[in-house]
Design a protein around this ligand. Structure first.
Ligand code: ADP
Ligand code: MG
Length: 204
């Protein structure tokens, strides 16, 4: 399969609007997962946040990849009340800042920037891989992106599935202790959706 090599501002806008559509389509499932081990708002949180992201990117389209991600991250932080808003907002903002002001970037540059974004999420939330959070999908995804977009998607999906047998050690689900075992983490699931959208846009 051919892969887009020049990732410009249009590519990033396309990624985030494709992600918003996926979040919209899967919102009920995300909320259902959050009702098992959280407070049943992850789907609505993500839907509200990404609708606001789509809006801002349409109204004032930023001119560089970095600026697109920073604007989107800022929007998530200001519109999503749950833990996931600041965490995803930080992910996009830090990734965007790492890309700097380049008009276009390569997949490898994005992989390095995403790795920095994921590290910022770990720092903000104090979680690591195995704690049953979005990081279980994001850490392997950033690593996979070093090889290909498809590898990133597969790694994120595998990471999300791998949260099922884990006991949550961070976030709301951790209050359940052992009762969090046996359920897929909502945030890892939404992260896999975002990475799948990236791979989809890259393959188009
Ligand atoms: P809230 O937990 O405030 O209701 P959401 O339901 O929108 O927020 O998001 C829950 C998701 O956020 C979890 O499934 C988990 O993946 C992620 N999450 C929660 N706390 C942390 C953390 N400290 N570090 C990383 N991810 C976290
Ligand atoms: Mg919740």
């Amino acid at each position: 399969m051919t892969e887009v090599t020049d990732l410009d501002a249009d590519f990033f806008r396309n990624w985030l609007t494709t992600a918003a559509a996926a979040v919209d389509r899967e919102a009920d499932r995300l909320t259902e997962l959050d009702s098992a081990i959280g407070d049943a708002d992850h789907g609505t949180n993500m839907k509200r946040g990404f609708a606001a992201v789509t809006d801002v990117l349409e109204k004032e389209p930023p001119g560089t990849p970095g600026a697109v991600l920073v604007a989107a991250g800022r929007q998530l932080i200001s519109t999503v009340g749950g833990a996931s808003g600041p965490l995803y907002g930080t992910l996009l903002r830090r990734t965007g800042k790492s890309l700097g002001e380049a008009p276009a970037v390569t997949r490898q540059e994005l992989a390095a920037a995403l790795t920095a974004g994921v590290a910022a999420v770990a720092q903000l939330g104090g979680a690591q891989v195995g704690d049953k959070t979005m990081l279980d999908a994001l850490v392997p995804a950033a690593e996979g992106l070093g090889s290909s977009f498809a590898a990133a998607r597969e790694a994120a999906e595998r990471g999300a599935l791998a949260t099922v047998p884990l006991q949550a050690r961070k976030g709301r689900a951790s209050y359940l202790g052992e009762r969090s075992i046996g359920h897929q983490d909502p945030g890892a699931t939404s992260s896999a959706l975002l990475i799948a959208a990236l791979a989809e846009v890259a393959a188009a």
